[in-house]
Design a protein around this ligand. Sequence first.
Ligand code: HEC
Length: 380
Amino acid sequence: MWIGNSMLFNWLDRNLEKAASQPRLSQGKIFMVHSGAFYDVEKKLLEPGEMPATLHWFKWQNFTTWATGVSLMVVVYYLNGAAFLVDPSVRALTPTVAIAISVGALVVAWLAYDLAWRTLGARAPQVAAALSVALLCGAAWGFAQLFSGRAAYIEIGVIIGTVMTGNVWMVIVPSQRELVDATTAGREQDPTLSIRAKQRSVHNNYLTFPLLFIMLSNHFPSAYGHKLNWLILCVVMFGGAGVRHFMNARYLGAGVELPRARWLLPAAVSGVLGLGGLLALTRVETPRAEVGGPVGFARAQEIIVKRCASCHASAPTDDVFKVAPANVMFDTAAQIQAMAPRILERAVKTSTMPFVNKTQMSDHERAELGAWIAAGARLE
Ligand code: HEC
């Protein structure tokens, strides 16, 4: 709801039609067709006394997103002994310490960001921007040294979401309230508040796509499970913000059509470079261990029963996972064979299974599974 609203209002602003003889307070009009009728919308300021009885605000969409996200963070990452947060092969933190770092980082991140922009935002926005990007990538690197890869991604996502929510409630909504008060009282709006709010709303605009990627990142173990997962995250965040820039800039420049715009070539080049960089970074790694000869099914099954079946079975014995995660079970030969492509992805290429390597699978065993699958994952 929140990001959809943000997209819609940005789109409205970009497509407002400005008439030659426009009423004094009007900023443009737009006509739309949707849900069986026309919408005739005008963006404008109001004369004092024109304030309508009912004024719709758009702030609860943001609050709902943030509140549900943080609740999920607590349920998935903090409960159950922080099983998804802590990865002993990254750092053997106790659940309490890990949760304290995670919560503390949210507070520190907002304070640092807000301070940077309150002090430098008006005088040196470029410095504040460079500082914010450096802090964000630094944090991605830092969390990748502390938490499981997936949790490091989510932590950055919750930081971004918290910064955006802070922007809405501490800067943008107060500025809008001031606009309403000023209009009602028939005076000019305090320009510093509205300039600051505009700046923060531009930030939120550029952060939407990085945030969306992180929300989905759990589905990309090849990204969060990679040795350089923090760098991949930074590249994707840049790319996401770049796509947003593309969308923002598309109709600027008085009707310049898409293919003639001057920024198109640089955008295409950086897109290709970014994509190429990502492909190079996530290039499939060859197993680190050598396997002596061919690996048969009996050996593959032996490894899987030893390293995977404590979770992935009809009756798991793991202390946290009482139901087979993702409904993946390795009870029968047919189940193992059917899952061979995913076993290759999670246990051989990315090492994101066993979960936080809880069952201590060795590189040699990973290589053996890889050899069995490479030879056709046959049942003999
Ligand atoms: C300690 C418990 C645990 C162990 C041991 C474990 N897994 Fe998982 N597995 C999970 C959890 C939790 C999920 C769901 C979250 C995810 O996909 O990362 C999962 C999901 C999966 C999936 C489904 C998602 C997908 O990407 O297709 C596969 C396949 C998988 N595991 C394979 C394995 C293999 C192979 C092993 C052994 C080498 C293994 N797992 C060992 C906990 C475990």
